[in-house]
Design a protein around this ligand. Structure first.
Ligand SMILES: Cc1cc2nc3c(=O)[nH]c(=O)nc-3n(C[C@H](O)[C@H](O)[C@H](O)COP(=O)(O)OP(=O)(O)OC[C@H]3O[C@@H](n4cnc5c(N)ncnc54)[C@H](O)[C@@H]3O)c2cc1C
Length: 523
């Protein structure tokens, strides 16, 4: 049973399907996943001028001292095979006859050499479309869209006196509005990240941290949740909350400005708009908080209409459709959550703490990303660890089945109104944005924790009394993830990578990942 039809889930499914039947759940349409939105590409250590050591070094440098070297090496060593496998699945990567495997490799920030395989600037969609086609055509893969996993079924539910393990899960069939208990020999969490915990994110609506929350509730360890990657410039617009304004626009000379037209980057970094992502994101956040702004401006008007249309056709057209002519007006932008570096602790075979449960992709913590993710490493992680996860499942002895208890709805009724859910969604995301954002203080984190406790009380109450819906289940998961982020941030008494605290601005000489264990003092 695979929860998630992004790159991680589909990779596991395709590797399993020749040997055993697989069910893949997707809580919205199958096409909705962060994978389909990835632009840049996927790492492949393929070039003659490249080496495993070089890629490991770059990953470690980005990860600011918290990358697990064995994991980074394991994944880098398998990157050529991973890209080769995708080519074999029919992914139409941009070609170059002279290039390794006939591929054009591009270079991205933080990489010492060209090692990014890509399909123009829409790599994720090319990969996702190809793998979905393969999965649809495979007789052993049952794809169920609009099915949402809501909790794992463990030894506790089947009343077995044994060390806890996973027997399956409860899932909501959204069309039938019914919850089913589904037994499985292995359950793979491939649910993506938790970007929706924050008000502004580049992530799709599916990224509500469900796998992280479900695994946590089932007793698994969760690591490094304080490391949330922000993209500096996302369009600020009520109808287009997730549209990324490419960093290349600053690279080509776009200026960041306050409402009165003043450029502000000079007071933050000598490289001005060309400073690294986290520096620019922090500077924008600083100015927004200082002046009480909803957004700042990215002004590219001086680059001229012809240049903008030629080099940035997508941004130009998309903004124009929303009434913003970027050749004549500055673009309102905010930083936005882009990637969840932490997640469910899993080994190099995807095994989580609970036997029978696996976690792969953005939902997992494998040790690859450390305190900050290197560009294009996440798609690679999905493919490499998706494969080892499938191999591990196939090597496991079949599970002795247990009768699963049916979902009990006898004590609940239909919700009388939705306002509690929608209000709490907004409140949680706003408080995370304001109190647990790019620059943190202990006081703000404690304030956030207090509010999260209050919200949790209301949500638990609602959950106990009313029939479940996707919005309610997602909100319950968002609250769990929010708490995990805040608690992890409170435990880190330094600033490192993506975590910046005004109370602890120094980076300690040595540090360890933050690992939360349910029911212990650090929770
Ligand atoms: C705009 C953007 C650009 C990016 N560019 C790059 C890039 O160039 N290179 C790179 O390496 N990475 C990039 N990333 C990151 C990368 O895309 C993701 O980390 C990666 O695709 C995650 O894959 P996944 O399979 O783990 O999750 P996803 O692709 O997000 O898939 C999650 C799946 O889980 C399902 N799901 C979630 N919860 C449930 C539930 N409770 N029940 C049932 N189904 C559920 C969803 O419906 C979905 O099918 C980018 C991300 C974004 C947002």
């Amino acid at each position: 049973m695979i929860v998630g039809a992004g790159l991680a889930g589909l990779t596991v499914a395709l590797h399993l399907a020749d040997t055993c039947p697989v069910i893949v759940l997707a809580k919205r349409e199958l096409t909705e996943a962060a994978t389909a939105w990835a632009q840049g590409g996927i790492v492949g250590v393929l070039g003659r001028d490249d080496s495993i050591d070089s890629h490991v070094r770059d990953t470690q440098e980005a990860g600011a001292g918290l990358v697990d070297e064995a994991t980074a090496r394991f994944i880098a060593e398998r990157s050529a095979d991973a890209v080769g496998w995708l080519v074999g699945q029919g992914v139409p990567f941009t070609a170059d006859e002279q290039g390794p495997l006939g591929l054009h490799l591009t270079r991205e920030g933080g990489h010492a050499v060209r090692r990014i395989a890509h399909a123009a600037d829409a790599t994720g969609k090319a990969i996702h479309d190809a793998l979905l086609d393969k999965a649809r055509a495979h007789p052993n893969i049952e794809l169920r869209q609009r099915w949402m996993a809501l909790d794992l079924i463990t030894s506790r539910h089947v009343q077995r006196d044994e060390p806890s393990r996973c027997y399956g899960l409860y899932a909501l069939d959204m069309d039938a509005q019914r919850v089913e208990a589904i037994a499985a020999r292995a359950v793979v969490m491939a649910t993506g990240g938790a970007g929706k915990v924050y008000r502004y994110t580049t992530n799709p609506d599916t990224s509500t941290g469900d796998g992280i929350a479900m695994a946590w509730r089932a007793g698994c360890r969760i690591a490094n949740m304080e490391f949330i990657q922000f993209h500096p410039t996302c369009l600020y617009h009520p109808q287009e909350r997730s549209f990324l304004i490419t960093e290349a626009l600053r690279g080509e000379g776009g200026h960041l400005k306050l409402p009165d037209g003043t450029r502000f980057m000079a007071s933050h970094d000598a490289r001005m708009e060309l400073a690294p992502r986290d520096v620019v994101a922090r500077a924008i956040d600083f100015e927004m908080k200082k002046h009480g702004l909803d957004h700042v401006w990215l002004d590219a008007t001086h680059l001229g209409e012809a240049f903008l249309k030629e080099h940035f056709p997508t941004v130009h057209a998309r903004c124009l459709a929303l009434g913003i002519d970027i050749a004549r007006q500055p673009i309102p932008v905010v930083p936005a959550v882009h990637f969840t570096c932490g997640g469910v602790v899993a080994d190099l075979r995807g095994r989580a703490d609970l036997p029978g449960l696996y976690a792969v992709g953005e939902t997992a913590y494998s040790g690859l990303h450390g305190a900050n993710r290197l560009a294009s490493n996440s798609l690679l992680e999905c493919v490499v660890l998706g494969r080892t996860c499938a191999d591990d499942i196939l090597g496991e002895a079949p599970l002795e089945p247990a009768p699963l208890p049916a979902w009990d709805e006898s004590q609940v009724e239909n919700a009388d109104e939705q306002v509690v859910i929608s209000h709490n969604w907004d409140e949680l995301r706003l408080l995370m944005w304001n109190y647990v954002g790019i620059v943190r203080t202990t006081k703000r984190l404690e304030r956030a924790l207090h509010r999260i406790d209050l919200l949790r009380g209301e949500i638990d109450d609602y959950y106990a009394n009313f029939r479940v819906s996707r919005d309610l289940l997602e909100l319950r998961n968002l609250v769990d993830c929010a708490e995990l982020i805040v608690r992890s941030a409170l435990l880190r008494h330094e600033s490192r990578g993506l975590h910046f605290s005004r109370d602890y601005p120094r980076t300690l000489p040595a540090s360890l990942p933050t690992v939360l264990v349910k029911g212990t003092g650090n929770r």
